[in-house]
Each structure stands twice: as C-alpha cells, then as structure tokens.
Design a protein around this ligand. Structure first.
Ligand code: ACO
Length: 355
C-alpha cells in the first residue's frame, strides 16, 4: 500500500496467458430464457456475448491453460514457481483450494499454493501479494491466475444477474526487477458493511447446503445492481487516483487503463471522472461479459499479444467487486514480447503448450 522502500526489489510481469471456453451465449439466447432483450442488455451493460464452460470443465482446467500460456511466454516451467496464487470466487471445491488443484495438474511441486478471495478485485489483491513476496525475497517467481466460472453460480431464471456474467481465466508470471520498474504502486480497500450488495447466501458455515437452501435458490448470486453501480464508480476512481499518487503520476500519464469489465457504463463513468482519453481505455466486455477476477488478466493478455504493450508502457489496473472490495495498481511495463509470440487464442480447445 505504501511507496516502495529502499533496498526492496521490484516485481514485474514477464508472461501473460488467457483462456475462455468455446461455448458462446449471445444476448439473443437469453431472450428465450428470461424476459429481456438484446437491446436492453446492450444498452444497460455493453455486453453482446459471453463464454460458458462445458459441464466437464472445472475452474482449475481453465486456469491451467491460461497458466501454461503465461509460463510459455515467460520462458519458465512449472518447476520455477515459488508461489502459485489463484484469485477466484468459484473454486472447483470448497476444499482443497483451487490453487492446490492447479498445482497438482501443473506439477508445480515446489510452489506454495493458495487462493485469494476478493471477488472481482482478486487479481489486484493477488498482484499486491506477489509484489510483496518478490520484494522481500521470499519468492523469485510467482504465478498469479484469475479464474471464474460464474455460470456455475448464476441463476438463469434471474434476469437481473444472468445476463452479466461469463467464464474465463487469465494468468501472469511475475519476476524480480529494478525498483523503478514493474508494479510501482498498489492501493487496495474493502468495506464488509457492503457485503450484501453482492452475495451467495448459502453453502458456507452460516447456511450450510440443505434441501431448503437448494429450494430457496440460495446457492446463486444475489445482487443489488443499482447500489453496486454507484459505489463501484466511486471506488474505482478513488483507488486509481491513490495508486497514481503513490507512483507519482497523474491520470493522463497512463498509456493504458485496464479496468475490471463489470459494465460498460461503470467503466465509462470512471473514465470520465478521471479524464482518461477514451482510446487509452481497454474494453472487451462486449465479447466476454463480466468474468470477475479473470477480466483484467484476460484483457492484459489480449493487449500484450496484440503488441499494444511495450517496454515503458504505463498501465493502470482498477477493479471493484463483492465484499465489497476495490483497488488499483500502476505499473511500468518491462516485458518485450518475443517476436513470433502466438496470437491470443480466444476460442478452441486447449492446444498443447510447448515448453
Ligand atoms: N432485461 C430487461 N430488464 C431488466 C434486466 C434484463 N436483463 N435486468 C433488470 N431489468 C429491469 C429491472 O427489473 C428494472 O425493472 P423495474 O424498473 O420494473 O423494477 C429495470 O430493468 C431497471 O433496473 P435498474 O436496476 O434500474 O437497471 P440499471 O440501469 O441499474 O442496470 C445493472 C442494471 C446492469 C445490473 C446495473 O445496475 C449494473 O451493471 N450494476 C453493477 C452490477 C455489477 O456490475 N455487478 C457485478 C459484480 S460487482 C462488479 O463487478 C462491479
């Protein structure tokens, strides 16, 4: 949360990867499921379609593919990973953690593996942790994944929520760098008093799973969208301003702003308040919907592989999510993506990733 201290190492992203499932659910598909329209969804959210996992795909499967792609770009292997962090609200199971499951599938035997549970802000929280453990020398290589299968906890009879969410995974590899490079500042916040703005009421210790909780549809997301909208805009603006302050920058110093893809109108309202030019804002919500903790690393991977991120590029990440949680980071990019890096693969079954 504070500016970097004398003698502390920097941490920088040296590889990115993403994966989204094949199946596309369009706005038109929802017209036969709930009382809605393509026009309403487009205008109120900016979403045109989203990806939905196959029944036999777990969150760890999506995460694994994104992770292999990030490791490949970083020219590292699973044996190099010291910390394996998964930001998710939809782990495969309540126990063990999603990170431990990914660790087993990847064969990352040396890694300490753990989940971060901060909803849509999880990737930013994870970056803060990664920067900390690399900065102190506790880790040299961190694999950070944001993965969600929100389709598993969305109520497809509730038009207020079902049109918003999609599935996907994004991953980054972080390594030490000079203190003035990489992740320059982290500003993370939460307010548990706002916990009921977005919740899954049942399935935890408060309301363990029972016939009644299933009958009551208690295992699905419940959301107070209007209220969330307002606090999200404010929280995203404030945390990005704070991260910029810590990095000694102004909003106009950022070459790219990659916001959590919650709603086109939330993103636009935040952009206006900050005075960031529209062309510097990364938006892909029309194709993927809200993928929660995966949305920032998915967007980043697309930008990196499209050649829009170069050494020296200054990037702001910013998010708001359930909890409530919110936060932002400012980074100076160091990675030169090697010539011939494969283009982002947005569709298709996972290819074998060469190492
Ligand atoms: N199709 C048609 N009508 C709908 C739909 C739908 N899919 N969903 C809601 N409506 C209706 C509502 O029932 C309401 O009808 P009513 O006036 O008869 O009660 C009407 O549309 C207006 O509802 P509002 O809540 O005023 O619509 P709003 O403009 O606020 O848009 C939305 C709703 C899209 C959910 C918006 O509030 C939002 O995006 N909020 C942020 C929520 C979010 O992003 N959550 C994700 C997690 S947190 C995060 O990532 C930031």
């Amino acid at each position: 949360m504070s500016p970097r201290h004398e003698g502390v190492r920097g941490a920088t992203i040296t590889g990115t990867g993403m994966y989204v499932p094949d199946r596309v659910l369009t706005n038109a598909d929802f017209e036969s499921m709930v009382e809605t329209s393509d026009e309403w969804i487009r205008e109120r959210t900016g979403i045109l379609e989203r990806r939905i996992s196959a029944p036999d795909q777990a969150s760890s499967d999506l995460a694994l593919i994104a992770a292999k792609r990030a490791l490949e770009m970083a020219r590292l292997t699973e044996a190099d990973i010291d910390h394996l962090i998964v930001a998710t609200t939809t782990p495969d199971r309540v126990l063990p953690s999603c990170a431990c499951t990914v660790q087993a599938k990847l064969g990352a035997k040396r890694a300490a593996a753990y989940d971060v549970f901060a909803a849509c802000t999880g990737f930013i929280y994870g970056l803060g942790i990664a920067r900390g453990v690399i900065g102190t020398g506790d880790a040299d290589t961190v694999l950070l994944i944001g993965v969600e299968q929100l389709s598993r906890i969305v109520d497809y009879t509730d038009r207020n929520t079902c049109v918003l969410f999609g599935d996907g995974a994004g991953a980054v590899v972080l390594r030490p760098c000079a203190p003035e490079e990489g992740v320059l500042s982290v500003s993370i916040h939460s307010d548990g008093v706002l916990g009921d703005l977005l919740e899954v009421p049942a399935g935890g210790s408060l309301l363990p799973a029972s016939h009644q909780t299933v009958e009551d549809r208690g295992h699905f997301i419940k959301m107070r969208g209007k209220e969330l909208f307002k606090v999200a805009v404010r929280g995203m603006e404030e945390s990005l301003r704070r991260a910029l302050d810590l990095a000694g920058m102004e909003p106009q110093d950022l070459d790219l702003v990659i916001p959590h893809q919650a709603n086109q109108r939330i993103i636009e309202a935040m952009r206006e308040r900050l005075g960031v030019p529209r062309e510097r804002l990364v938006v892909n919500i029309e194709r993927f919907g809200n993928t929660s903790s995966a949305s920032i690393p998915i967007s980043l991977d697309e930008e990196v592989r499209a050649g829009r991120v170069k050494p020296g590029t200054r990037i702001g990440f910013v998010a708001f999510g359930g909890g409530a949680t919110w936060g932002a980071t400012v980074s100076r990019w160091t990675l030169a993506v090697p010539r011939g890096a494969p283009a982002a693969v947005a569709v298709g079954a996972a290819p074998e990733v060469a190492r």
